[in-house]
Ligand binder design. Structure first.
Ligand code: QV4
Ligand code: CA
Length: 511
Protein backbone atom coordinates (compact mmCIF):
# COMPACT_ATOMS: atom_id res chain seq x y z
CA UNK A 1 0.00 0.00 0.00
CA UNK A 2 2.76 2.39 1.01
CA UNK A 3 4.65 1.46 -2.12
CA UNK A 4 1.58 2.06 -4.24
CA UNK A 5 1.05 5.49 -2.70
CA UNK A 6 4.67 6.40 -3.33
CA UNK A 7 4.41 5.28 -6.94
CA UNK A 8 1.24 7.22 -7.56
CA UNK A 9 2.72 10.31 -5.91
CA UNK A 10 5.72 10.10 -8.23
CA UNK A 11 3.42 9.42 -11.15
CA UNK A 12 1.35 12.47 -10.27
CA UNK A 13 4.25 14.93 -9.99
CA UNK A 14 5.91 13.68 -13.13
CA UNK A 15 2.84 13.66 -15.25
CA UNK A 16 3.27 16.95 -17.10
CA UNK A 17 6.87 16.00 -17.92
CA UNK A 18 5.83 12.95 -19.91
CA UNK A 19 5.94 13.89 -23.60
CA UNK A 20 2.84 11.79 -24.29
CA UNK A 21 4.30 10.28 -27.41
CA UNK A 22 3.37 6.66 -28.03
CA UNK A 23 5.76 4.34 -26.22
CA UNK A 24 9.06 3.98 -28.12
CA UNK A 25 8.58 7.19 -30.15
CA UNK A 26 11.07 9.81 -29.12
CA UNK A 27 10.83 12.92 -31.35
CA UNK A 28 8.35 15.44 -32.63
CA UNK A 29 8.51 17.57 -35.78
CA UNK A 30 7.46 21.22 -36.15
CA UNK A 31 5.43 21.43 -39.38
CA UNK A 32 5.73 25.22 -39.48
CA UNK A 33 2.78 26.95 -41.21
CA UNK A 34 1.39 23.72 -42.69
CA UNK A 35 -2.36 23.40 -43.35
CA UNK A 36 -4.29 20.96 -41.16
CA UNK A 37 -5.35 18.88 -44.18
CA UNK A 38 -1.72 18.39 -45.18
CA UNK A 39 -0.67 17.47 -41.64
CA UNK A 40 -3.42 14.85 -41.43
CA UNK A 41 -2.15 13.29 -44.65
CA UNK A 42 1.48 13.51 -43.51
CA UNK A 43 0.68 11.67 -40.28
CA UNK A 44 -0.90 8.83 -42.21
CA UNK A 45 1.42 8.59 -45.19
CA UNK A 46 4.79 9.39 -43.59
CA UNK A 47 5.12 10.29 -39.91
CA UNK A 48 3.50 7.16 -38.49
CA UNK A 49 5.41 4.66 -40.65
CA UNK A 50 8.71 6.49 -40.09
CA UNK A 51 8.45 6.57 -36.29
CA UNK A 52 7.73 10.24 -35.57
CA UNK A 53 5.97 10.70 -32.23
CA UNK A 54 4.19 13.97 -32.84
CA UNK A 55 3.75 17.26 -34.61
CA UNK A 56 4.05 20.80 -33.28
CA UNK A 57 1.51 22.84 -35.24
CA UNK A 58 1.39 26.61 -35.81
CA UNK A 59 -1.02 28.58 -33.58
CA UNK A 60 -4.55 27.37 -34.45
CA UNK A 61 -6.46 30.39 -33.09
CA UNK A 62 -7.71 33.40 -35.04
CA UNK A 63 -5.05 36.04 -35.70
CA UNK A 64 -4.60 39.47 -37.24
CA UNK A 65 -4.38 39.55 -41.04
CA UNK A 66 -1.35 41.77 -41.66
CA UNK A 67 -1.27 43.34 -45.11
CA UNK A 68 1.88 45.45 -44.78
CA UNK A 69 4.06 43.49 -45.23
CA UNK A 70 1.81 41.02 -47.00
CA UNK A 71 0.77 38.13 -44.76
CA UNK A 72 4.01 37.61 -42.79
CA UNK A 73 4.38 34.33 -40.88
CA UNK A 74 4.51 36.38 -37.65
CA UNK A 75 0.89 37.54 -37.97
CA UNK A 76 0.02 34.22 -36.31
CA UNK A 77 1.62 35.47 -33.10
CA UNK A 78 -0.98 38.27 -32.87
CA UNK A 79 -4.20 36.66 -31.59
CA UNK A 80 -7.64 38.17 -32.18
CA UNK A 81 -9.73 35.40 -30.61
CA UNK A 82 -9.61 31.73 -29.62
CA UNK A 83 -11.74 30.59 -32.56
CA UNK A 84 -9.95 27.76 -34.36
CA UNK A 85 -9.82 29.57 -37.64
CA UNK A 86 -6.56 30.45 -39.42
CA UNK A 87 -4.82 30.13 -42.75
CA UNK A 88 -4.02 26.55 -41.75
CA UNK A 89 -7.69 25.64 -41.61
CA UNK A 90 -10.95 25.81 -39.71
CA UNK A 91 -12.20 24.02 -36.62
CA UNK A 92 -13.51 20.98 -38.48
CA UNK A 93 -10.23 20.56 -40.32
CA UNK A 94 -8.34 20.93 -37.04
CA UNK A 95 -10.47 18.25 -35.37
CA UNK A 96 -10.12 15.95 -38.36
CA UNK A 97 -6.32 16.35 -38.26
CA UNK A 98 -6.11 15.59 -34.53
CA UNK A 99 -8.34 12.53 -34.91
CA UNK A 100 -6.54 11.12 -37.92
CA UNK A 101 -3.06 11.74 -36.51
CA UNK A 102 -3.98 10.26 -33.12
CA UNK A 103 -5.53 7.25 -34.84
CA UNK A 104 -2.17 6.40 -36.40
CA UNK A 105 -0.29 7.11 -33.16
CA UNK A 106 1.12 10.56 -34.03
CA UNK A 107 0.18 13.19 -31.46
CA UNK A 108 -0.47 16.93 -31.86
CA UNK A 109 1.25 19.69 -29.84
CA UNK A 110 -0.25 23.16 -30.11
CA UNK A 111 1.72 26.41 -30.14
CA UNK A 112 -0.26 28.34 -27.51
CA UNK A 113 -0.04 32.15 -27.72
CA UNK A 114 -1.49 33.26 -24.40
CA UNK A 115 0.78 36.08 -23.19
CA UNK A 116 -0.76 38.72 -25.43
CA UNK A 117 -3.20 39.65 -28.16
CA UNK A 118 -2.47 41.80 -31.25
CA UNK A 119 0.08 44.58 -31.59
CA UNK A 120 -1.06 47.86 -30.05
CA UNK A 121 -0.51 49.74 -33.28
CA UNK A 122 -2.71 47.51 -35.46
CA UNK A 123 -5.79 49.34 -36.87
CA UNK A 124 -9.26 48.52 -35.52
CA UNK A 125 -11.53 46.51 -37.80
CA UNK A 126 -12.12 43.01 -39.04
CA UNK A 127 -8.78 42.29 -40.67
CA UNK A 128 -8.57 38.91 -38.95
CA UNK A 129 -8.50 35.32 -40.17
CA UNK A 130 -12.13 34.66 -39.20
CA UNK A 131 -13.42 38.19 -39.67
CA UNK A 132 -13.86 38.91 -35.97
CA UNK A 133 -13.89 42.60 -35.05
CA UNK A 134 -11.17 43.90 -32.69
CA UNK A 135 -9.90 47.28 -31.60
CA UNK A 136 -6.33 47.38 -30.24
CA UNK A 137 -6.66 51.11 -29.46
CA UNK A 138 -9.48 50.53 -26.95
CA UNK A 139 -8.20 47.01 -26.03
CA UNK A 140 -11.42 45.48 -27.27
CA UNK A 141 -11.49 41.84 -28.41
CA UNK A 142 -15.22 41.07 -28.31
CA UNK A 143 -14.85 37.64 -29.93
CA UNK A 144 -13.09 36.35 -26.77
CA UNK A 145 -14.27 38.66 -25.06
CA UNK A 146 -11.48 40.76 -23.55
CA UNK A 147 -11.66 44.45 -22.82
CA UNK A 148 -9.39 47.16 -21.43
CA UNK A 149 -9.23 45.88 -17.86
CA UNK A 150 -8.00 42.47 -19.02
CA UNK A 151 -4.65 43.97 -20.06
CA UNK A 152 -1.55 44.98 -18.12
CA UNK A 153 -1.41 48.61 -19.21
CA UNK A 154 -1.75 49.98 -15.68
CA UNK A 155 0.84 47.66 -14.26
CA UNK A 156 3.73 48.31 -16.63
CA UNK A 157 5.94 51.16 -15.44
CA UNK A 158 7.97 51.93 -18.56
CA UNK A 159 7.36 55.14 -20.47
CA UNK A 160 6.05 53.62 -23.69
CA UNK A 161 4.49 50.52 -22.09
CA UNK A 162 6.99 48.21 -23.73
CA UNK A 163 9.84 46.04 -22.41
CA UNK A 164 12.90 48.31 -22.32
CA UNK A 165 15.27 46.28 -20.16
CA UNK A 166 15.75 42.53 -20.06
CA UNK A 167 17.34 42.95 -16.63
CA UNK A 168 14.03 43.84 -15.03
CA UNK A 169 11.73 40.83 -14.50
CA UNK A 170 8.75 43.13 -13.84
CA UNK A 171 9.07 44.79 -17.24
CA UNK A 172 9.60 41.46 -18.96
CA UNK A 173 6.40 40.02 -17.45
CA UNK A 174 4.10 43.02 -17.26
CA UNK A 175 5.11 45.23 -20.20
CA UNK A 176 4.53 44.72 -23.92
CA UNK A 177 6.81 42.41 -25.90
CA UNK A 178 7.40 44.24 -29.23
CA UNK A 179 4.22 46.26 -28.75
CA UNK A 180 1.94 43.22 -28.25
CA UNK A 181 -1.00 43.93 -25.90
CA UNK A 182 -0.05 42.15 -22.68
CA UNK A 183 -2.74 40.09 -20.96
CA UNK A 184 -3.36 40.48 -17.20
CA UNK A 185 -3.02 36.76 -16.52
CA UNK A 186 -3.22 37.19 -12.74
CA UNK A 187 -6.92 38.11 -13.19
CA UNK A 188 -9.12 35.12 -12.61
CA UNK A 189 -11.28 35.94 -15.64
CA UNK A 190 -8.27 36.05 -17.97
CA UNK A 191 -6.70 32.86 -16.68
CA UNK A 192 -10.01 31.01 -16.83
CA UNK A 193 -10.55 32.20 -20.39
CA UNK A 194 -7.08 31.01 -21.42
CA UNK A 195 -7.57 27.69 -19.62
CA UNK A 196 -10.92 27.25 -21.37
CA UNK A 197 -9.19 27.68 -24.75
CA UNK A 198 -6.51 25.12 -23.87
CA UNK A 199 -9.11 22.73 -22.46
CA UNK A 200 -11.09 22.88 -25.72
CA UNK A 201 -7.94 21.75 -27.50
CA UNK A 202 -7.26 19.02 -24.93
CA UNK A 203 -10.80 17.70 -25.29
CA UNK A 204 -10.37 17.57 -29.07
CA UNK A 205 -7.35 15.32 -28.43
CA UNK A 206 -4.13 17.35 -28.43
CA UNK A 207 -1.26 15.93 -26.35
CA UNK A 208 0.42 19.10 -25.13
CA UNK A 209 1.48 22.68 -25.67
CA UNK A 210 4.44 24.81 -26.62
CA UNK A 211 3.76 27.86 -24.47
CA UNK A 212 4.85 30.87 -26.51
CA UNK A 213 6.66 33.75 -24.79
CA UNK A 214 6.74 31.99 -21.40
CA UNK A 215 9.54 34.31 -20.26
CA UNK A 216 6.95 37.07 -20.41
CA UNK A 217 4.58 35.38 -17.95
CA UNK A 218 5.16 34.86 -14.23
CA UNK A 219 5.86 31.15 -13.60
CA UNK A 220 3.42 31.10 -10.69
CA UNK A 221 0.66 32.61 -12.80
CA UNK A 222 1.31 30.05 -15.51
CA UNK A 223 1.05 27.31 -12.91
CA UNK A 224 -2.38 28.59 -11.89
CA UNK A 225 -3.50 28.23 -15.51
CA UNK A 226 -1.90 24.80 -15.94
CA UNK A 227 -3.61 23.61 -12.74
CA UNK A 228 -6.96 24.24 -14.43
CA UNK A 229 -6.21 21.99 -17.39
CA UNK A 230 -8.13 18.79 -18.07
CA UNK A 231 -6.49 15.41 -18.38
CA UNK A 232 -5.97 14.20 -21.93
CA UNK A 233 -8.77 12.67 -23.98
CA UNK A 234 -9.08 9.00 -22.99
CA UNK A 235 -10.00 7.98 -26.55
CA UNK A 236 -6.26 8.05 -27.22
CA UNK A 237 -4.43 8.57 -23.91
CA UNK A 238 -4.28 6.59 -20.67
CA UNK A 239 -6.61 7.76 -17.92
CA UNK A 240 -5.03 10.56 -15.85
CA UNK A 241 -2.53 11.77 -18.51
CA UNK A 242 -1.61 15.43 -18.22
CA UNK A 243 -0.75 17.60 -21.22
CA UNK A 244 2.97 17.80 -22.06
CA UNK A 245 4.12 21.36 -21.42
CA UNK A 246 7.20 22.94 -22.97
CA UNK A 247 7.77 26.58 -22.29
CA UNK A 248 9.49 28.95 -24.68
CA UNK A 249 12.08 30.70 -22.54
CA UNK A 250 15.23 31.98 -24.21
CA UNK A 251 17.97 31.79 -21.59
CA UNK A 252 21.45 32.05 -23.05
CA UNK A 253 22.81 32.81 -19.60
CA UNK A 254 23.04 36.57 -19.75
CA UNK A 255 19.63 37.84 -18.58
CA UNK A 256 17.76 38.24 -15.32
CA UNK A 257 15.26 35.49 -16.08
CA UNK A 258 16.41 31.90 -15.90
CA UNK A 259 14.96 28.73 -17.36
CA UNK A 260 15.08 27.09 -13.95
CA UNK A 261 12.24 29.35 -12.72
CA UNK A 262 9.97 27.37 -15.06
CA UNK A 263 10.99 23.76 -14.27
CA UNK A 264 8.04 23.39 -11.89
CA UNK A 265 5.63 23.85 -14.79
CA UNK A 266 7.17 21.47 -17.30
CA UNK A 267 9.93 21.33 -19.88
CA UNK A 268 11.72 24.44 -21.16
CA UNK A 269 13.30 25.16 -24.54
CA UNK A 270 17.12 24.91 -24.29
CA UNK A 271 18.32 27.64 -26.66
CA UNK A 272 21.98 27.12 -25.73
CA UNK A 273 21.80 23.76 -27.50
CA UNK A 274 21.45 24.97 -31.11
CA UNK A 275 23.60 28.04 -30.57
CA UNK A 276 26.51 25.96 -29.22
CA UNK A 277 26.14 23.02 -31.61
CA UNK A 278 26.20 25.45 -34.55
CA UNK A 279 29.35 27.08 -33.18
CA UNK A 280 31.04 23.68 -32.80
CA UNK A 281 30.17 22.38 -36.25
CA UNK A 282 31.18 25.67 -37.88
CA UNK A 283 34.45 25.47 -35.86
CA UNK A 284 34.01 29.02 -34.65
CA UNK A 285 35.72 30.37 -31.51
CA UNK A 286 38.20 27.47 -31.51
CA UNK A 287 35.44 24.93 -30.89
CA UNK A 288 35.84 21.33 -32.05
CA UNK A 289 33.72 18.21 -31.98
CA UNK A 290 36.11 16.54 -29.52
CA UNK A 291 34.73 18.94 -26.89
CA UNK A 292 31.27 17.36 -27.29
CA UNK A 293 32.38 14.48 -25.07
CA UNK A 294 30.49 15.99 -22.11
CA UNK A 295 27.69 17.56 -24.20
CA UNK A 296 24.57 18.32 -22.17
CA UNK A 297 24.63 19.38 -18.52
CA UNK A 298 28.44 19.39 -18.81
CA UNK A 299 28.09 22.38 -21.12
CA UNK A 300 25.99 24.30 -18.63
CA UNK A 301 22.67 23.22 -20.11
CA UNK A 302 19.57 22.60 -18.01
CA UNK A 303 18.87 19.08 -16.67
CA UNK A 304 18.17 16.69 -19.52
CA UNK A 305 14.73 15.76 -18.18
CA UNK A 306 13.56 19.38 -18.51
CA UNK A 307 15.12 20.20 -21.86
CA UNK A 308 13.27 20.55 -25.17
CA UNK A 309 16.06 20.59 -27.76
CA UNK A 310 16.33 21.54 -31.43
CA UNK A 311 18.99 22.67 -33.88
CA UNK A 312 16.94 25.60 -35.19
CA UNK A 313 13.40 26.94 -34.74
CA UNK A 314 11.03 29.10 -36.78
CA UNK A 315 12.50 32.27 -35.24
CA UNK A 316 16.23 31.73 -35.26
CA UNK A 317 16.32 30.11 -38.71
CA UNK A 318 15.53 33.61 -40.00
CA UNK A 319 17.31 35.87 -37.51
CA UNK A 320 14.44 36.36 -35.02
CA UNK A 321 14.70 35.26 -31.40
CA UNK A 322 18.07 34.04 -30.21
CA UNK A 323 21.19 32.23 -31.29
CA UNK A 324 22.39 34.53 -34.04
CA UNK A 325 24.59 33.59 -36.95
CA UNK A 326 25.84 30.31 -35.50
CA UNK A 327 22.42 28.64 -35.88
CA UNK A 328 22.47 25.93 -38.55
CA UNK A 329 19.49 25.60 -40.89
CA UNK A 330 18.48 23.85 -44.11
CA UNK A 331 20.31 26.65 -45.95
CA UNK A 332 23.58 24.92 -44.82
CA UNK A 333 22.47 21.37 -45.57
CA UNK A 334 25.72 19.48 -45.02
CA UNK A 335 26.46 20.81 -41.54
CA UNK A 336 22.76 20.89 -40.74
CA UNK A 337 22.34 17.15 -41.34
CA UNK A 338 25.35 16.48 -39.10
CA UNK A 339 23.92 18.68 -36.35
CA UNK A 340 20.50 17.04 -36.47
CA UNK A 341 22.19 13.63 -36.66
CA UNK A 342 24.24 14.42 -33.56
CA UNK A 343 21.19 15.69 -31.69
CA UNK A 344 19.12 12.61 -32.50
CA UNK A 345 21.91 10.20 -31.57
CA UNK A 346 22.76 11.91 -28.28
CA UNK A 347 20.66 11.03 -25.23
CA UNK A 348 20.31 14.62 -23.92
CA UNK A 349 16.85 16.23 -23.97
CA UNK A 350 13.55 15.69 -25.75
CA UNK A 351 14.10 16.32 -29.46
CA UNK A 352 12.16 18.45 -31.92
CA UNK A 353 12.96 18.38 -35.63
CA UNK A 354 12.31 21.52 -37.71
CA UNK A 355 10.43 21.40 -41.02
CA UNK A 356 10.49 24.64 -43.00
CA UNK A 357 9.50 26.39 -46.19
CA UNK A 358 11.89 28.15 -48.55
CA UNK A 359 11.69 31.92 -48.96
CA UNK A 360 13.58 34.48 -51.04
CA UNK A 361 16.31 35.57 -48.66
CA UNK A 362 17.73 39.01 -49.37
CA UNK A 363 20.62 40.22 -47.28
CA UNK A 364 21.25 43.90 -46.77
CA UNK A 365 24.23 44.63 -44.51
CA UNK A 366 24.11 41.06 -43.23
CA UNK A 367 20.40 41.24 -42.35
CA UNK A 368 17.76 39.26 -44.24
CA UNK A 369 15.19 41.95 -45.09
CA UNK A 370 12.83 39.17 -46.20
CA UNK A 371 12.75 37.48 -42.78
CA UNK A 372 9.02 38.23 -42.61
CA UNK A 373 7.93 36.25 -45.68
CA UNK A 374 5.06 33.86 -44.97
CA UNK A 375 4.50 30.32 -46.22
CA UNK A 376 4.21 29.44 -49.92
CA UNK A 377 0.82 30.82 -50.98
CA UNK A 378 -1.48 31.85 -53.80
CA UNK A 379 -2.88 35.29 -53.01
CA UNK A 380 -2.52 34.55 -49.31
CA UNK A 381 -3.96 31.03 -49.42
CA UNK A 382 -1.33 28.58 -48.12
CA UNK A 383 -0.18 26.17 -50.82
CA UNK A 384 -0.64 22.44 -50.56
CA UNK A 385 2.38 20.34 -49.54
CA UNK A 386 2.85 18.31 -52.70
CA UNK A 387 4.98 15.15 -52.72
CA UNK A 388 7.45 14.52 -55.54
CA UNK A 389 8.10 11.03 -56.98
CA UNK A 390 11.41 10.93 -55.05
CA UNK A 391 9.45 11.51 -51.77
CA UNK A 392 10.72 15.09 -51.28
CA UNK A 393 8.23 17.96 -51.09
CA UNK A 394 7.23 20.46 -53.76
CA UNK A 395 5.80 24.00 -53.72
CA UNK A 396 8.82 25.30 -51.76
CA UNK A 397 8.18 23.16 -48.69
CA UNK A 398 11.63 22.02 -47.55
CA UNK A 399 10.47 19.04 -45.50
CA UNK A 400 13.80 18.49 -43.71
CA UNK A 401 12.04 15.69 -41.81
CA UNK A 402 11.84 13.75 -45.09
CA UNK A 403 15.56 14.01 -45.84
CA UNK A 404 16.85 10.45 -45.61
CA UNK A 405 19.60 11.32 -43.14
CA UNK A 406 17.19 13.07 -40.77
CA UNK A 407 14.28 10.64 -41.14
CA UNK A 408 16.59 7.70 -40.47
CA UNK A 409 18.10 9.34 -37.39
CA UNK A 410 14.61 9.84 -35.96
CA UNK A 411 14.30 6.05 -36.23
CA UNK A 412 17.83 5.59 -34.76
CA UNK A 413 16.73 7.53 -31.66
CA UNK A 414 13.71 5.25 -31.25
CA UNK A 415 15.85 2.14 -31.64
CA UNK A 416 18.40 3.25 -28.99
CA UNK A 417 15.82 4.66 -26.58
CA UNK A 418 16.86 3.99 -22.97
CA UNK A 419 20.41 2.92 -23.88
CA UNK A 420 23.36 4.66 -22.20
CA UNK A 421 25.89 6.99 -23.85
CA UNK A 422 28.92 4.72 -24.45
CA UNK A 423 32.18 4.12 -26.32
CA UNK A 424 33.04 7.79 -26.90
CA UNK A 425 36.03 8.22 -29.20
CA UNK A 426 37.67 11.34 -30.62
CA UNK A 427 40.90 12.23 -32.41
CA UNK A 428 41.36 15.39 -30.36
CA UNK A 429 39.94 17.37 -33.26
CA UNK A 430 36.71 17.03 -35.24
CA UNK A 431 36.47 13.29 -35.66
CA UNK A 432 34.25 11.76 -33.00
CA UNK A 433 32.15 8.68 -32.41
CA UNK A 434 29.87 7.32 -29.73
CA UNK A 435 27.49 4.49 -29.09
CA UNK A 436 24.18 3.94 -27.40
CA UNK A 437 24.77 0.76 -25.43
CA UNK A 438 24.48 -2.28 -27.65
CA UNK A 439 21.88 -0.75 -29.98
CA UNK A 440 23.52 1.99 -32.04
CA UNK A 441 26.77 3.69 -33.04
CA UNK A 442 27.58 6.91 -34.92
CA UNK A 443 30.82 8.35 -36.34
CA UNK A 444 31.45 11.93 -37.55
CA UNK A 445 34.28 13.40 -39.61
CA UNK A 446 34.19 17.20 -39.56
CA UNK A 447 37.96 17.52 -40.06
CA UNK A 448 39.62 18.52 -43.32
CA UNK A 449 41.20 15.10 -43.72
CA UNK A 450 40.07 11.50 -44.00
CA UNK A 451 38.87 9.48 -41.03
CA UNK A 452 40.22 5.95 -41.05
CA UNK A 453 39.93 4.16 -37.71
CA UNK A 454 38.92 0.93 -36.08
CA UNK A 455 36.46 1.71 -33.30
CA UNK A 456 34.66 -0.18 -30.57
CA UNK A 457 30.95 0.00 -31.45
CA UNK A 458 29.45 -2.01 -28.59
CA UNK A 459 27.23 -3.77 -31.15
CA UNK A 460 26.85 -7.51 -31.72
CA UNK A 461 28.78 -8.97 -34.64
CA UNK A 462 27.25 -8.61 -38.07
CA UNK A 463 26.90 -6.53 -41.21
CA UNK A 464 25.08 -3.25 -40.71
CA UNK A 465 23.61 -0.77 -43.15
CA UNK A 466 24.71 2.86 -42.72
CA UNK A 467 21.41 4.75 -42.50
CA UNK A 468 23.04 8.05 -43.52
CA UNK A 469 24.23 7.00 -46.98
CA UNK A 470 21.41 4.58 -47.62
CA UNK A 471 18.53 2.44 -46.42
CA UNK A 472 18.08 -1.16 -45.55
CA UNK A 473 15.78 -2.40 -48.31
CA UNK A 474 14.63 -5.98 -48.18
CA UNK A 475 17.72 -7.80 -46.93
CA UNK A 476 20.17 -5.41 -48.60
CA UNK A 477 21.68 -1.95 -48.08
CA UNK A 478 21.56 0.88 -50.64
CA UNK A 479 24.47 2.65 -48.90
CA UNK A 480 27.72 1.86 -47.10
CA UNK A 481 28.02 -1.47 -45.27
CA UNK A 482 29.75 -1.69 -41.90
CA UNK A 483 31.21 -4.98 -40.65
CA UNK A 484 31.24 -5.40 -36.87
CA UNK A 485 33.43 -8.27 -35.67
CA UNK A 486 32.90 -10.58 -32.72
CA UNK A 487 34.71 -8.22 -30.32
CA UNK A 488 32.48 -5.26 -31.32
CA UNK A 489 35.14 -3.49 -33.39
CA UNK A 490 34.53 -2.10 -36.87
CA UNK A 491 36.67 -0.20 -39.38
CA UNK A 492 35.38 3.16 -40.52
CA UNK A 493 36.53 5.21 -43.48
CA UNK A 494 34.95 8.61 -44.03
CA UNK A 495 36.37 11.00 -46.60
CA UNK A 496 36.23 14.66 -45.60
CA UNK A 497 34.69 15.33 -49.00
CA UNK A 498 31.92 12.74 -48.59
CA UNK A 499 28.47 14.14 -49.34
CA UNK A 500 27.56 13.43 -45.72
CA UNK A 501 30.69 12.85 -43.64
CA UNK A 502 29.07 10.69 -40.99
CA UNK A 503 27.94 7.07 -40.57
CA UNK A 504 25.25 5.64 -38.31
CA UNK A 505 24.30 2.03 -37.67
CA UNK A 506 21.78 0.51 -35.29
CA UNK A 507 20.20 -2.77 -34.22
CA UNK A 508 17.47 -2.56 -36.85
CA UNK A 509 19.81 -1.66 -39.69
CA UNK A 510 21.57 -5.02 -39.25
CA UNK A 511 21.38 -7.07 -42.43
C1 QV4 B 1 6.32 47.01 -34.01
C2 QV4 B 1 7.59 47.71 -33.54
C3 QV4 B 1 7.58 47.83 -32.00
C4 QV4 B 1 6.33 48.59 -31.58
C5 QV4 B 1 5.07 47.93 -32.16
C6 QV4 B 1 3.85 48.79 -31.90
O1 QV4 B 1 8.74 46.96 -33.93
O2 QV4 B 1 8.74 48.52 -31.55
O3 QV4 B 1 6.26 48.60 -30.19
O4 QV4 B 1 5.18 47.72 -33.59
O5 QV4 B 1 2.69 48.13 -32.24
C7 QV4 B 1 5.86 41.83 -35.05
C8 QV4 B 1 6.83 42.75 -35.74
C9 QV4 B 1 7.22 43.92 -34.84
C10 QV4 B 1 5.94 44.64 -34.40
C11 QV4 B 1 5.07 43.61 -33.67
C12 QV4 B 1 3.77 44.22 -33.20
O6 QV4 B 1 8.01 42.05 -36.10
O7 QV4 B 1 8.03 44.82 -35.55
O8 QV4 B 1 6.31 45.68 -33.48
O9 QV4 B 1 4.76 42.52 -34.56
O10 QV4 B 1 2.95 44.55 -34.28
C13 QV4 B 1 6.92 36.88 -33.67
C14 QV4 B 1 8.00 37.68 -34.38
C15 QV4 B 1 7.93 39.14 -34.01
C16 QV4 B 1 6.52 39.66 -34.27
C17 QV4 B 1 5.59 38.85 -33.38
C18 QV4 B 1 4.14 39.29 -33.48
O11 QV4 B 1 9.27 37.17 -34.04
O12 QV4 B 1 8.83 39.89 -34.83
O13 QV4 B 1 6.45 41.06 -34.00
O14 QV4 B 1 5.64 37.47 -33.80
O15 QV4 B 1 3.69 39.27 -34.78
C19 QV4 B 1 11.95 37.34 -27.48
C20 QV4 B 1 10.88 36.66 -26.65
C21 QV4 B 1 10.39 35.37 -27.28
C22 QV4 B 1 10.05 35.55 -28.77
C23 QV4 B 1 11.28 36.12 -29.46
C24 QV4 B 1 11.05 36.36 -30.94
O16 QV4 B 1 11.32 36.42 -25.34
O17 QV4 B 1 9.26 34.93 -26.57
O18 QV4 B 1 11.65 37.36 -28.87
N1 QV4 B 1 9.57 34.31 -29.39
C25 QV4 B 1 8.13 34.00 -29.51
C26 QV4 B 1 7.78 33.39 -30.85
C27 QV4 B 1 7.88 34.46 -31.92
C28 QV4 B 1 6.84 35.52 -31.67
C29 QV4 B 1 6.60 35.79 -30.25
C30 QV4 B 1 7.23 35.12 -29.24
C31 QV4 B 1 5.52 36.71 -29.92
O19 QV4 B 1 8.57 32.29 -31.12
O20 QV4 B 1 7.72 33.91 -33.21
O21 QV4 B 1 7.25 36.76 -32.31
O22 QV4 B 1 4.34 35.90 -29.88
O23 QV4 B 1 13.20 36.70 -27.30
CA1 CA C 1 3.28 39.37 -20.09
Amino acid sequence: MKFFLLLSAIGFCWAQYAPNTKSGLTSIVHLFEWRWVDIALECERYLAPKGFGGVQVSPPNENVVITNPSRPWWERYQPVSYKLCTRSGNENEFKDMVTRCNNVGVHIYVDAVINHMSGSGVAAGTSSTCGSYFNPGTRDFPAVPYSAWDFNDGKCKTENGGIESYNDPFQIRDCRLVGLLDLALEKDYVRSTVAEYLNRLIDIGVAGFRIDASKHMWPGVMKAILDKLHNLNTTWFPEGSKPFIYQEVIDLGSESIQSSEYFGNGHVTEFKYGAKLGTVLRKWNGEKMAYLKNWGEGWGFMPSDRALVFVDNHDNQRGHGAGGASILTFWDPRLYKMAVGFMLAHPYGFTRVMSSYRWARHFVNGQDVNDWIGPPNNNGVIKEVTINPDTTCGNDWVCEHRWRQIRNMVMFRNVVDGQPFTNWWDNGSNQVAFGRGSRGFIVFNNDDWTLSSTLQTGLPAGTYCDVISGDKVGGDCTGIKVYVSGDGNASFFISNSAEDPFIAIHAESKL
